[in-house]
Write a protein that binds this ligand. Structure first.
Ligand code: UDX
Length: 431
C-alpha cells in the first residue's frame, strides 16, 4: 500500500484514482475546479461512467480515497498527472499548458526525488522535456488504455501495463503500485519514456485506422451488394486481424481517437516522417459524416428540407455522456443546413448536448417522443434501448416507416418483414 496523489479528477484521473484505491493504495485526488471537488466529496460524479459513483463511495468509505483542491503537506510516494491535454485549435498538437502548470506546482513544493508519473496522453518526448525542466523530480510515463463506458474494468482487468522510464527507482515504485495486477498475471512492459508514449499513440491510431478501414469496406459492400457485417465476421476469424473494432458505422469520435491521431500526425510531420496512412484514415473519418448525411438525404427521397427527423443517440458511443467529437453533432449540423427539422433523444448525454447542439434541435424525453410524427428515424449511437425497439410501435409513431440505422443494429430481412424501409451501413437495402 502506497500514498498516491492524482492531479486531475476527470475521465482519466477520477477512474484511475478510484481504481488505484481499489488496488489497496491510499489516494488523494486533486483538481483546480473546487465545485467539482466539492461535488465529489458529496458523492456527485462530474462524469457519467458506469460503476464509478459506487466505487468512489466504497473507496471513500474505506478511507482510501479523498478529494482536495491543492496538495496538502502529506508527501505522497508518487504523483500521477492526469490533467487534460486537448488538441490546440489550429495545429492539432496537444496543448500541454495544464500539464506544465501541474508539474511546476509539484516541483515548487515536492521533496527532491519525488516520482511524477504522466498518465495523461502526451506527445512523444514530453517526459524527457519535463525531466529536463525539473531535474529534481523523477519522471515516468504510464499511459492509460481506458475505454469510456468500461473504464473501471479496463483499469482493473487491463491486457497490459506500460511503464516508460530510465529511472530504476521510478520503475520499481510503479512495479509496486501495479503489483496487485501483475501478481494476477497482467503483463507489464517496462521500457523507455518515448517508447511508452508512442505505444499509446500508435495503439489508438491503429484502432482508429481499423475503424476507418472497415467503414471504407462498407462503402465497397454497398457498391457491390455485399454485407459488411459478414465481411467483418469473415475477416475477424483470422486471429491476425481479430473481430473487435470492425463494426461499420458513422465514423469514430470521442475524446481520444480524434485528438490522438491529430497529435501523432503533428509529431510525425515534425519528425519529417510523413504519416500518410494515418492521415488517410483521419481524412476518411472526417468525410464519413458527410457521407452519412448523403445516405440520410437519399433515403428521404433526395431532400430533407421540411422533413422531421428523429435522431436516436447523441453521445459518441453508448454508456457515456461524452459528446466530444460525436458524429451526431456534425450530422445534425449538416441536416439542419439542408432544412431538416430535428428532434433528438439520448439516454445519458442530453445535459452535455444542450450546450453543443449546432442549431434549433428539440430534445425529447424518450425515443418514442422523438419518433412521434417524424418522417424518419436515424440511429446514430448504438445504445442498447435502440436495439430493442418494438417495430410495430415504431410504425405507428413514424409518419412514414423509414429507419436509417448507422450502427447496423437490426437485420435487413427482419425489417423488410416488419414492413419498415430500412437503410443501414454496408448492407443491402431492405424494403
Ligand atoms: C479509445 C481506446 O479504445 C482506449 O483504449 C483509449 O484509452 C481511449 O480511446 P474510447 O475513445 O473510449 O477509447 O472509445 P472506443 O470504444 O475505443 O471507440 C472509439 C470510437 O470508435 C467510437 O466513436 C466508436 O463508436 C468507434 N468504433 C469503435 C466504431 O465505429 N467501430 C468499432 O468497431 C469500434
Amino acid at each position: 500500500m502506497l500514498q498516491l496523489c492524482i492531479i486531475g479528477a476527470g475521465y482519466v484521473g477520477l477512474v484511475s484514482g478510484a481504481c488505484l484505491a481499489k488496488l489497496g493504495h491510499h489516494v488523494t485526488c486533486l483538481d483546480r475546479d473546487s465545485a467539482r471537488i466539492e461535488g465529489l466529496k458529496r458523492g456527485i460524479m462530474p462524469i457519467y461512467e458506469p460503476g464509478l459513483a459506487e466505487l468512489v463511495a466504497e473507496m471513500t468509505k474505506a478511507g482510501r480515497l479523498r478529494f482536495g483542491i491543492e496538495k496538502d503537506d502529506a508527501a505522497p510516494d508518487a504523483v500521477f498527472l492526469a490533467v487534460g491535454t486537448p488538441p490546440e485549435e489550429h495545429s492539432g498538437a496537444a496543448d500541454l499548458r495544464f500539464l506544465l502548470a501541474a508539474a511546476e506546482e509539484i516541483a515548487a513544493h515536492a521533496p527532491p526525488g519525488l516520482t511524477v508519473v504522466t498518465k495523461s496522453t502526451v506527445p512523444v518526448g514530453t517526459g524527457a522535456k519535463l525531466a529536463g525542466m525539473f531535474p529534481s523530480l523523477r519522471f515516468a510515463s504510464n499511459p492509460e488504455f481506458l475505454r469510456e463506458g468500461v473504464a473501471i474494468e479496463d483499469f482493473l482487468k487491463p491486457e497490459r501495463i506500460v511503464i516508460g522510464t530510465a529511472d530504476s527507482h521510478a520503475q520499481g515504485l510503479l512495479r509496486r503500485i501495479y503489483a496487485p495486477l501483475t501478481e494476477r498475471g497482467v503483463p507489464l512492459l517496462a521500457t523507455g519514456m518515448e517508447t511508452a508514449e508512442l505505444i499509446k499513440y500508435a495503439s489508438n491510431a491503429f484502432l482508429a485506422t481499423k475503424v476507418a478501414f472497415i467503414n471504407q469496406i462498407a462503402d465497397i459492400c454497398e457498391a457491390m451488394g455485399a454485407d459488411v457485417e459478414e465481411v467483418a465476421r469473415g475477416m475477424g476469424l483470422d486471429s491476425r486481424i481479430g473481430s473487435r473494432f470492425l463494426r461499420a458505422g458513422p465514423g469514430y469520435g470521442g475524446s481520444c481517437f480524434p485528438k490522438d491521431t491529430l497529435a501523432l500526425l503533428h509529431t510525425a510531420e515534425a519528425a519529417d516522417s510523413p504519416p500518410t496512412i494515418i492521415r488517410a484514415a483521419v481524412e476518411a473519418n472526417t468525410r464519413r459524416r458527410t457521407q452519412m448525411v448523403k445516405k440520410i438525404t437519399t433515403a428521404c427521397g433526395g431532400s430533407v428540407a421540411g422533413k422531421t427527423l428523429a435522431i436516436l443517440g447523441l453521445a459518441f458511443k453508448p454508456k457515456t455522456d461524452d459528446m466530444r467529437e460525436s458524429p451526431a453533432m456534425t450530422i445534425i449540423g449538416q441536416l439542419l443546413d439542408k432544412g431538416a427539422i430535428i428532434r433528438a433523444y439520448d439516454p445519458q448525454a442530453m445535459e452535455q448536448a444542450k450546450a453543443l447542439l449546432p442549431g434549433e434541435v428539440t430534445l425529447t424525453a424518450s425515443a418514442e417522443a422523438a419518433m412521434q410524427g417524424a418522417d424518419a428515424a436515424v440511429i446514430i449511437t448504438e445504445w442498447e434501448e435502440f436495439a430493442a425497439l418494438d417495430m410495430t410501435q415504431v410504425k405507428t409513431w413514424l409518419r412514414t416507416p423509414l429507419l436509417i440505422d448507422l450502427r447496423n443494429l437490426y437485420s435487413p430481412a427482419e425489417m423488410a418483414a416488419a414492413g419498415i424501409t430500412y437503410i443501414s451501413v454496408g448492407r443491402p437495402y431492405a424494403k
